[in-house]
Design a protein around this ligand. Structure first.
Ligand SMILES: Cc1ncc(COP(=O)(O)O)c(C=O)c1O
Length: 482
């Protein structure tokens, strides 16, 4: 059959009236023809005009017409053979793109349902009074970071753009091992360090690797919701252990894993005493359990040096030590690390490749240089002083405002201050504070059981002095008995 010598008026209309004039010409031709085929206006076997004819009739270039036909052929709408021209190859009478796609119900696996059932947790996008847990990003040495980034890109740009070692960029692992040995008493070499995106990823990875559904896990009460979520989503049986002024009480029962924040208990700020540390290590060795030591913010002790990490006391390789750069550098960096007993390194690295491969190489290289050239130590020193002064100001203003209904807990460091509130008052006070634009993260939400106490976590580190003063004034106007 000879090719059509003219383009049907219908197509010319379709092409001209096609309602996406912003699209490239080739796409408009394709869209017009696809539409005609789907609606059955062009049936199977129909022959399209030669590209020369189409180009002339639509006033487009022949190259564009050729490209449109080639695209439709690649999509399976037409076939093209020398001597036979271009022919519609599918029959789809009356097929229309649905106006609305029906939404299928989300049927989740049991594991998926357990993950979603935790409720997840989100951090505030923009720090404001008194959101908890954010460092002061306004005080970050952005210019130094920019210079190091430019230098790293110049000196090893291509190498940093490829896939990286799933265990982590070697110079960063060296820098982390050196820092931990010197400042936290952690005994490790770079071969035991695995670089991850966050403590949260570390917790999820450990839950996947070490826990079966029903396994017992000791967690602090009150404690970190991120850890609770990771273990609960693996189907673990969570056993809350009371926390007092000396940190987590040593549980009597055995568990497969014990999660704790011994240097600076989250959220009370208590330090775990030496006797309890030794007892927990002993119990882990006896029961074949793991201890996960989350050392998330011990750098921010303002009165004295923090106790060295529990990991340094471990003689049997039962402690997994976690640290994060979210607080000491900035959260969106997405870099954290686990120091693993040697036998767990290979399983963890394999599991990491199943999750997401590795952390961003450029960020790791910049962080490694930032540490190696002394910027990290300097930044920490400066932030420790800054946050200590903000904490002192917050305590002083809370005291001066005569809010006898609020009791600050003594914990000596961190980025937020835990305060207790009269029993039963947290929800109403939180609503009153929110009405004045003040966020007051819940303390009671960090409990799982009957020990629940009302209170708040007042994040102060990211706030400048006048912001602290203004926010305390707003709190002073609240009425616990309203
Ligand atoms: C106890 C504890 N661990 C870890 C983290 C967060 O670390 P990442 O951002 O690396 O998940 C937080 C954040 O608030 C925390 O409170």
């Amino acid at each position: 059959m000879p090719e059509s010598q003219t383009t049907p008026a219908l197509w010319i209309n379709l092409f001209q009236s096609h309602d996406q004039p912003g699209l490239p010409l080739r796409e408009r031709v394709c869209a017009a023809l696809r539409g005609a085929i789907r609606r059955g206006e062009l049936g199977q076997g129909a022959r399209l005009p030669a590209t020369r004819v189409l180009a002339a009739d639509l006033a487009i270039s022949r190259v564009t017409a050729e490209a449109a036909y080639a695209q439709l052929e690649a999509e399976g709408y037409v076939t093209r053979r020398v001597g036979h021209g271009t022919v519609v190859s599918i029959a789809s009478p009356g097929w229309q793109a649905p106006a609305r796609v029906a939404q299928a119900a989300a049927t989740l696996s049991r594991r998926g349902a357990a993950i979603v059932g935790t409720g997840g947790c989100r951090d505030p996008l923009v720090p404001r009074a008194f959101c908890a847990g954010s460092p002061d990003l306004r005080a970050f040495p952005v210019e130094t970071w920019r210079q190091i980034t430019a230098r790293q890109l110049r000196s090893q740009g291509e190498a940093l753009m490829g896939y990286g070692d799933p265990q982590g960029y070697a110079p960063l692992r060296e820098a982390i091992a050196g820092y931990l040995a010197q400042s936290r008493g952690v005994r490790c070499d770079a071969g035991q360090v695995v670089v991850l995106t966050s403590s949260q990823q570390a917790l999820q990875l450990l839950a996947m690797l070490l826990l079966d559904p029903g396994d017992a896990v000791h967690i602090e009460e009150p404690g970190y919701v991120g850890a609770r979520n990771a273990f609960a989503s693996a189907g673990a049986r969570l056993l809350p252990a009371a926390v007092d002024a000396e940190g987590m009480a040593v549980p009597a029962r055995a568990a497969r894993l014990t999660y704790l924040t011994p240097s600076h208990q989250y959220p009370t700020g208590a330090t775990l005493g030496l006797a309890r540390r030794l007892a927990l290590l002993e119990a882990a060795q006896r029961d074949g359990g793991w201890i996960v030591e989350d050392d998330y913010d011990s750098e921010f002790r303002y009165d004295a040096r923090p106790l060295p990490a529990m990991q340094g006391l471990d003689r049997h390789g039962r402690v997994i030590y976690l640290g994060t750069f979210s607080k000491v550098l900035f959260p969106s960096l997405r870099l954290a690390y686990a120091v693993l007993p040697p036998a767990l390194v290979e399983p963890a690295v394999k599991a990491r490749t199943v999750m997401d491969g590795h952390s961003a190489q450029l960020a790791q290289a910049v962080t490694a240089e930032f540490i190696a050239h002394g910027h990290f130590a300097r930044h920490l020193r400066q932030m420790r002083l800054l946050y200590a002064s903000r904490r002192a100001l917050l305590l002083e203003r809370l005291g001066a405002a005569g809010m006898d209904w609020m009791t600050p807990l003594p914990g000596a460091g961190g980025l937020q201050l835990a305060v207790r509130l009269p029993a039963g008052s947290e929800a109403a006070l939180t609503r009153q504070a929110a009405a004045r634009g003040i966020a007051t993260p819940s303390l009671s939400a960090l409990y799982m059981g009957e020990r629940r106490q009302d209170g708040w976590l007042l994040g102060f580190a990211a706030l400048q002095n006048e912001e602290i003063i203004g926010a305390v004034e707003a709190l002073a106007a609240l009425r616990p008995d309203a």
